[in-house]
Design a protein around this ligand. Structure first.
Ligand SMILES: C[S@@+](CC[C@H](N)C(=O)[O-])C[C@H]1O[C@@H](n2cnc3c(N)ncnc32)[C@H](O)[C@@H]1O
Length: 274
């Protein structure tokens, strides 16, 4: 868990614990993305020889997948402000045996990297970024070469759906959404990603909106990983944690459980003459 504080709210800037289970969850999402987004990744230029920055790379699962796709002639730079996440990313990169990925501890709005990258990837970051959204987008565009592509992806914590509905499990997710809303985070940002890129001067070449189905549901995901931060913010009690833990176990014991997670993506191209 990060101990970086958010000046807007006093709530930790990035509140998810990086446990082994969390890293596995990120790897699962990254592998799904490789399959589900293959066509648009290729259209954006994620392929052999590409030079890519993964801004807000977290434990590096997407960076590692992209490092495989760009191969030895390409390179990926994973950037994150959270030291424990970067340590997990380094470990993942080592285990995956990818030699073409570099990890940088920096703010996504000011990485210190040179310009000239083919692609910048920003996944599940802007929803956590509060007032920094435009600064991150502006810096991402500055990192691109002319004709390069910015790919952004976010969810919508207020639009999750469950089958079956376990009231306590749903309460964990609702509390997590409220936790972010109180911290000034843009929960429903996903559908707006296209207009954010357009307003920043990019030609929007792709938009996607849809639900990802996670079944069976094997844990409490991001909301459970943020339990300590929610307690610290006075938004959960030890009784809540015990109730949520029982709910997570109930849901995990049901092989038919499903979580429908909304996912939105947009890709924008920088002008060739920029
Ligand atoms: C939900 S994780 C997503 C990780 C990765 N992009 C993925 O999709 O697997 C969000 C990450 O963004 C990072 N982050 C958020 N705001 C940031 C900022 N301003 N600068 C650098 N990293 C940031 C957090 O530290 C966290 O590791």
């Amino acid at each position: 868990m990060s101990d970086e504080s958010n000046s807007e709210s006093g709530i930790t800037a990035y509140a998810l614990r990086i446990s082994d289970a969390e890293v596995e969850r990120y790897q699962l999402m990254a592998r799904r993305a490789v399959r589900a987004e293959a066509e648009v990744w290729a259209e954006c230029g994620i392929g052999p020889g590409a030079r890519i920055v993964d801004l807000g790379c977290g434990p590096g699962a997407v960076s590692v997948e992209m490092a495989r796709l760009v191969g030895a002639a390409g390179a990926v730079v994973g950037v994150d402000q959270d030291a424990p996440s970067l340590a997990a990313a380094e470990e993942l990169g080592r285990r995956a045996g990818v030699g073409n990925v570099e990890w940088v501890h920096a703010d996504a709005a000011d990485t210190g990297l040179p310009s000239g990258f083919d692609v910048v990837m920003v996944r599940h970051v802007l929803v956590h970024a509060g007032s920094q959204i435009n600064a991150i987008i502006g810096h991402a565009i500055a990192l691109l070469r002319p004709g390069g592509c910015l790919y952004v992806m976010d969810g919508d914590a207020a639009a999750l759906r469950f089958d079956p509905v376990d009231v306590d499990f749903a309460d964990l997710y609702a509390r997590y959404a409220e936790f972010h809303a109180r911290a000034g985070k843009a929960l429903a940002l996903g559908p707006q990603l296209g207009s954010i890129l357009r307003a920043a001067g990019l030609e929007v070449i792709h938009r996607h909106g849809g639900y990802e189905v996670v079944s069976p549901v094997l844990g409490g995901g991001g909301p459970w990983a943020a339990r300590d931060a929610m307690v610290a913010a006075g938004m959960a009690t030890p009784d809540d944690l015990a109730r949520w833990q029982r709910a997570i176990e109930r849901v995990a014991a049901d092989p038919g459980s499903a979580l429908f997670a909304p996912r939105f993506a947009a890709a924008g191209r920088k002008a060739a003459s920029a």
